[in-house]
Design a protein around this ligand. Structure first.
Ligand code: XIL
Length: 385
């Protein structure tokens, strides 16, 4: 039996349908030193992708989705399945089946462990009151609750979720988006959310404490958007992180979302670098947690299958590659970076076209046919250095 070099090289990582169907051909992005996952392993760098559990569970696109995830990444974050509205079905009532498929029921392995991917948990407390952040039953019943009742519920929730996956989730976003965009009178400009109204800023300290008790070895992050490159909101985040540390909250670092566009410039000495330096001075780590780099799209009506997939200017994909590379470059140049997670595996399922109502899209590393885009090669080149 003839075994190609490519097959040997990919052994231990995974065999994709591409390498199986043409055993002697070795596409450049699949050979050992050009594969993102194997390069990241070599550099001890964490590079992940956010995915819906259902795409893995249902083997969508003939298994291409799952094969691409396992081939190119060493970290997996569930895009929505670990948010409170997906899990928290009622007081002390939880839906774990979807996450169990990925993380395994207690004592068992799930898809992530079977494929050697670490897990990033998103998110224990999503500190805003929308439908995708706070369970509907809590939005309805919450206002009548006492402080003790609310705090007891949050305690039990964090213990139940972080406890169930203890030892399996390498890092948690303990709290997300707690800081408001518009100025208000709250400490650290905290958002007027259900948890803030009930417990004050203390809800953040408690959430970190309870998460740590539930899974003492997991890294714990405060995650935020709109802070990239510095500014007022970034300063609030730094002040909050400092205060959390002073309160004894077991915080590992800050999660910087990085939903940016292809025109964003990131270079040594600028606001982006200054922010991570300020984080380092607080003796904290950071992760780029939700990186996607949006490109302006050709305008297509809602419902068109190509909406959000065809760039207005194809040259923007090269600009996008440069921007992706500059984020990886910044991460590689700083000692306190714990890894990068990309928000979406392929353009086909990215949230950006929906979020921008078709204005932007093509924000991930793989196109709708799972072909690596110039950005893929650009980050591989950064990791090769
Ligand atoms: C987004 C998901 O990608 C969408 O599928 C969902 O409809 C809304 O939420 N910041 C976060 C993520 O922390 O949880 C958000 O995810 C994107 C912005």
């Amino acid at each position: 039996m003839m075994i190609s070099l490519c097959t040997l090289i990919s052994a231990g990582i995974s065999l994709t349908s591409a390498s199986l169907s043409s055993p002697n051909a070795c596409p450049s992005w699949q050979s050992q030193d050009l594969n993102l996952r194997s390069l990241a392993q070599k550099r001890r760098f964490i590079v992940g992708s956010a995915m819906p559990a259902s795409n893995l569970k249902n083997d969508v696109d003939g298994g291409k989705y799952a094969a691409t995830a396992a081939e190119h990444f060493n970290l997996l974050e569930l895009e929505n399945d670990l948010k409170p509205p997906a899990i928290w079905t009622g007081p002390h009532d939880y839906h774990f089946a979807d996450v169990d498929y990925i993380a395994g029921e207690p004592g068992k392995k799930g898809w992530a462990q079977q494929h050697g991917l670490k897990l990033r948990g998103h998110v224990l407390v999503y500190a805003r009151d929308e439908g995708y952040t706070l369970p509907q039953w809590l939005r309805t019943k919450g206002p009548a609750m006492s402080k003790e009742e609310a705090s007891g519920l949050l305690h039990d929730y964090i213990k139940a979720v972080a406890g169930r996956y203890r030892g399996k989730v390498a890092m948690w976003d303990v709290a997300n988006e707690a800081i408001d965009d518009r100025p208000n009178k709250n400490p650290f400009n905290l958002r007027d959310s259900f948890w803030f109204r009930k417990l004050g800023p203390e809800f953040l300290v408690l959430a970190f404490r309870w998460a740590h008790e539930a899974d003492p070895r997991a890294e714990l992050y405060y995650n935020e958007y709109g802070i990239e490159g510095g500014g007022t909101k970034a300063q609030h985040m730094l002040d909050l992180a400092k205060w959390l540390k002073e309160q004894g909250a077991p915080i590992t670092g800050l999660g910087l979302q990085y939903h940016i566009d292809c025109k964003t410039s990131i270079a040594p000495g600028d606001g982006h670098y200054q922010l991570i330096d300020a984080i380092r001075k607080l003796r904290l780590g950071y992760m780029i947690t939700e990186l996607d780099v949006a490109v302006r799209m050709k305008r297509l009506p809602a419902g068109d299958p190509n909406r959000g997939l065809i760039p207005e200017d194809p040259a923007d994909l090269d600009l996008q590659a440069k921007t992706y590379a500059s984020v990886f470059q910044m991460a590689r140049s700083s000692r306190n970076c714990h890894g990068i997670n990309i928000w979406g595996l392929t353009d086909k399922y990215s949230w950006i076209p929906g979020f921008s109502r078709g204005r932007d899209g093509a924000a991930t590393l793989f196109d709708k046919d799972y072909k690596p885009k110039p950005a893929y090669q650009a980050i591989v080149d950064v990791l090769k250095r």
